[in-house]
Design a protein around this ligand. Structure first.
Ligand SMILES: NC(=O)c1ccc[n+]([C@@H]2O[C@H](COP(=O)([O-])OP(=O)(O)OC[C@H]3O[C@@H](n4cnc5c(N)ncnc54)[C@H](O)[C@@H]3O)[C@@H](O)[C@H]2O)c1
Length: 613
């Protein structure tokens, strides 16, 4: 394993030793500093570094942590690896490679543990633009996490403590004197490449570096100098002063995902991502990591540019339709929703978000800490949803006024979202209109209107945003709001029901097509939900006065039924989390679904009566 061609190396002096620092790419570009873990050297980043330079055009800096690779070894070892000294090293590297511009920090394993120190101590404020953390928690946050579970135990918390305790067996071993050194210089050192290949699926190659045995022996002092003192006395003020992206491998055998449950408390702007992989993701998932780092760094750079513009203009409102709170606005709520772990930091786009089910869905994702794009043809209500999403816990929210049936407008929206915010993780094609009336009263124009919004709107969304998801290659989820009308025929709703049946079938077909690409597709089929749809639905074949009377009547019936859109929103998040194909929501929708499957004749009889809408 070697660094890519074109690497420039230099030595940086710090605290009586020299660090070996490598640079790639144009120094004028945003600088990404990659910090390696234990027992690695900077070469663990070789695959990620080359992608960050070649594909994404960054200036990339890597260094061997003291005692590792070709950096100097502090003497004596004991006390030579404290977090204070590691912070001195980081600042010396940053002074050398990017003296005038804050850097984007990325850490894996112990590289992440020490980077948490860098991003939470005062003396680095202004030097770090963002931090991407992988498989390495802050020791202070970890200390508080343990204390909370010891002082306020519940069966769940005790289970979490025991779970992480079992995963930390190697930390106890590394605290024993001499033994780890002997093991690494002897059998463990020899077997390590094979172990990584077998258990972690790290590709074969010239990994690890020839200095593995001494890196691992010296690096044991990272643990001995820091773990016990910090876990015993965690700092109370360990808040991050830069936005953080947390990448959690779901198959990490050394760290429990639960460790990060309370992270939003420490990080004002947190983006969470989960990856189905083991611990050594810099080696096993370089493509995905490089593009996530790119997405995050680019969005932070853009926000900072906006902030600078705002300051230049004298601190006015954010231009256009964007609603962004910067870091930690006073009225903001931290994401606490039930699904915060699953959706925190994800980019979610909801159409028809100005009212009813769409607005409730935007809020539910906001409560889970997702970044929300609220799309509606009504600009004002979309903006209101974005504004309220920020208050509900979304780290960022934007509004876009777009008619989903307008192909061109949707193409422009997809390009804009991609350029400004990246690829959408969850797409909710929800915009829809109601239309009631017999088949012969429904004109071709009525058909076009309802199909254009209810079906074509969904097709445009799936085609444009779904393609971006597929091309990114990191999975995602599409939710299409169909209806119980999709499987429940009715003499009163031929056009509406046809549009929804098409959405249901489209969802099923697309689900089959995208399954191999980790993109889930869900059709949500609500029954009667108390929203504005009844007041805005068209009733064809009657005069305007009768139409208004029917709108009022169905609004009354739906009001009496009183099923809240928030419950549908909850079903949406649950369906995405569990990757459900089709979800009937409301008891009547579930009953008619059962009838459609087992007693279709009964459903046909009901079709002759027709629903209230
Ligand atoms: N309310 C129900 O009982 C019910 C039942 C089953 C399915 N649905 C479906 O749920 C979805 C949401 O409906 P709701 O009940 O929340 O209705 P709603 O009227 O409260 O909200 C719909 C939103 O979509 C927006 N919209 C309409 N046409 C649009 C377009 N062309 N482009 C962009 N935005 C557009 C509207 O401005 C509105 O803000 C619809 O697809 C509807 O068919 C509703």
């Amino acid at each position: 394993m070697t660094l890519p061609e074109g690497v420039r190396e230099r030595r940086v002096r710090t605290g009586g030793i020299e660090l070996c620092v490598a640079e790639l790419g144009e120094p004028g570009r945003p600088t990404v500093v990659l910090v390696h873990g234990y027992p690695d050297s900077k070469e663990v980043w070789s695959e990620v570094a080359s992608r960050l330079v070649d594909r994404h055009g960054f200036h990339v800096v890597l260094y061997d942590v003291r005692g590792h690779g070709r950096s100097g070894v502090p003497r004596p070892l004991r006390g030579g690896f404290t977090l204070e000294k590691l912070t001195d090293d980081f600042l010396a590297v940053v002074d050398a490679v990017s003296p005038d511009r804050p850097v984007h920090l990325v850490g894996h394993d112990w590289g992440s543990v020490q980077s948490w120190e860098f991003v939470t101590v005062e003396r680095t404020r202004g030097r770090i633009a963002s931090f991407t953390s992988m498989s390495g928690p802050s020791l202070d946050h970890f200390g508080h996490w343990i204390n909370k579970r010891l002082t306020r135990p519940t069966p769940r918390r005790v289970g979490q403590l025991l779970g992480q305790g079992a995963k930390s067996w190697y930390v106890y071993l590394l605290h024993t004197p001499v033994l780890p050194e002997l093991a690494w210089r002897g059998p463990l050192g020899k077997r390590w490449p094979g172990i990584l290949r077998r258990i972690e699926k790290v590709p074969a190659g010239d990994y690890p570096t020839p200095s593995l045995a001494s890196d691992a022996a010296n690096g044991a002092w990272l643990y001995r100098d820091n773990v016990r003192p910090r876990l015993r006395r965690p700092r109370a003020d360990a808040h991050a002063h830069a936005p953080v992206q947390l990448i959690t491998p779901s198959g990490d055998r050394f760290l429990s995902e639960r460790l990060y449950d309370e992270l939003a408390h420490w990080v004002p702007r947190l983006t969470r991502r989960t990856i189905p992989a083991g611990h050594w993701i810099p080696r096993t998932r370089p493509d995905r990591l490089a593009s996530w780092i790119d997405d995050f760094v680019t969005s932070v750079e853009r926000d900072q540019e906006r902030e600078r513009e705002r300051t230049r203009e004298g601190g006015g409102e954010v231009a256009g339709e964007a609603w962004s709170d910067g870091v930690g606005g006073p009225a903001r709520k931290a994401a606490t929703g039930r699904y915060a772990e699953r959706f925190g930091g994800q980019l979610v786009l909801v159409t028809g978000a100005g009212s009813g089910i769409g607005r409730a869905t935007a809020f539910a994702f906001a409560e889970a800490g997702a970044r929300v794009i609220a799309v509606d043809r009504d600009a004002e209500s979309a903006s209101r949803t974005a504004e309220l999403s920020l208050l509900a816990g979304a780290p960022e929210a934007w509004a876009e006024a777009v008619d989903v049936s307008d192909e061109q407008a949707m193409e422009t929206l997809a390009a804009k979202v991609h350029a400004e915010h990246g690829v959408v993780d969850v797409l909710v094609n929800n915009a829809g209109i109601g239309l009631s009336g017999s088949f012969f009263d429904t004109t071709p124009e009525d058909w076009r209107r309802v199909l254009d919004v209810n079906l074509w709107g969904v097709i445009h969304g799936c085609r444009l945003f779904g393609r971006q998801m597929a091309e990114r290659g990191q999975g995602g989820h599409i939710v299409n709001t169909a209806s119980a009308a999709a499987y429940q025929p009715s003499k009163a709703l031929p056009a509406y029901s046809t549009s929804k049946a098409a959405v249901l079938m489209l969802s099923e077909c697309l689900r089959a097509e995208l399954a191999d690409q980790d993109i889930g597709v869900t059709a949500i089929c609500p029954g009667l939900v108390n929203t504005n749809i009844t007041a805005t639905a068209s009733f064809v074949g009657v005069d305007a006065q009768e139409e208004r009377r029917r709108q009022k009547r169905s609004t009354r019936v739906y009001g009496l039924r009183n099923y809240p859109p928030e419950k549908v929103a909850d079903a949406v998040l649950r369906a995405v989390a569990l990757d459900r194909a089709m979800v009937p929501v409301t008891p009547e929708a579930r009953v008619s679904y059962a009838l459609a499957r087992f007693l279709p004749r009964a459903l046909r009889a009901l079709a002759r009566v027709g629903p209230p809408l």
